[in-house]
Design a protein around this ligand. Sequence first.
Ligand code: ARG
Length: 466
Amino acid sequence: MAQLWGGRFQKATDEKVYAFNASIGFDQRLFHEDLRGSRAHVKMLAKQGILTEEERDQILVGLDGIEKDVEEGKLLITSQYEDVHSFVEANLIDRIGDVGKKLHTGRSRNDQVALDMRLFTRSRVEGTDGYLRELLITIQKIMKENTDTIMPGFTHLQKAQPVSLAHHMGAYFEMFKRDRLRMADIRERMNYCPLGSGALAGTTYPLDRNFTAEELGFDGPTANSMDGVSDRDYLIEYLSALSIIMMHLSRFSEEVILWNSNEYQFVEIDDAFSTGSSIMPQKKNPDIAELVRGKTGRVYGALMSLLTTMKGIPLAYNKDMQEDKEMSFDAMDTVDQCLDLFNGMLSTITFKKDRMRDSARHGFTNATDAADYLVKHGVPFRDAHGIVGQIVLYGIEEHKPIDDMSLEELHRFSPVFEEDIYTAISMETCVDTRNTVGAPGREAMADEIEKNELYLMHAPVLGQSM
Ligand code: ARG
């Protein structure tokens, strides 16, 4: 057991207590952030005359050595240390002797861990933004290729009106675009440096908090030291945004699963992204989509966990906050992996365009357009609705789409129909004449795709030149 305290204790820590209290098992993921923070801190201490330049350099060399040895596997991060901060400090002292004991001047593990977690989260926010961007590029490609691919649009999971595959994909583009905007927003709000907050009340040393903030790429120091050590809002915001991403991915997965089923056959998932059954030789299962849908639960869990952990904590730091890590790490890893794999699956999926068009044609999805045709020829809408309702009933009995009925058949319901009804209710017309902003018509879709293109070209990529 190597711990940073003990002076006021007369007994050794109980072994079970030590293990229960320790966080090294999971906070070792903050190793690089911890070093980064220590380097900035030490540079600032020297700049302020609190350490000599020589002491600073010795410490920096020591920290570099620890990093190199850990990377090369020569030094192992083991449970002999309480947490990653103790690991670094103990090894520094082993390596460079007493001067290593000066590293922690004017610092507490409370502002140290607050900083490490913030640095780690900031880079993960940027990473998630990158995965989202890749997915948007795939969606945009599918949109460009499928402005003419007709499919049924659904409400209540019942065929409603024909749309294009581009239009359907465009809805997901909007969702993941908002997810990216949330990443940018979170990054901006969180980008303040807690280092220098001390345990809770700052320090008496003349620390230059602006210097360390700038050194670590922050927009400035956090404004209040008690908030600085105990704020985890940024992490809750990130987990909340990650939960929303999973909700989007889960809806999309649900559609892929439906579309890939024998009943729909709208898509075929690539062999590389499907799995088989150990007993049923014919099976090709959409496991990736199912897992993405399933993993949504653990990400929501991480959000609920941290919200609940934080809700009763009085100011400032309390050990409860150590619980901010494991489930958050799991959620971050899960979401990035899901985005990556979902993107792989989507970019290799085959759309069965004939099946989609056929499905739209056999669902009376042009009934609204048939009623509109009557309205344009002077029939009041409510009457037109009734007439087409009867036509649909007849079509269901005869297993016939409206556009396959002869004029004679249509005249049984209304004398108003003429030869031009067939163009008026063709799937292509139904889609292409809908050109209000955001609608599936060719012109409206061209505008939407153009806007997406501009967005992808100009939206800042988080972490690049920031
Ligand atoms: N392992 C702790 C955490 O993750 C580090 C901070 C400990 N501070 C303290 N005063 N015990 O929150």
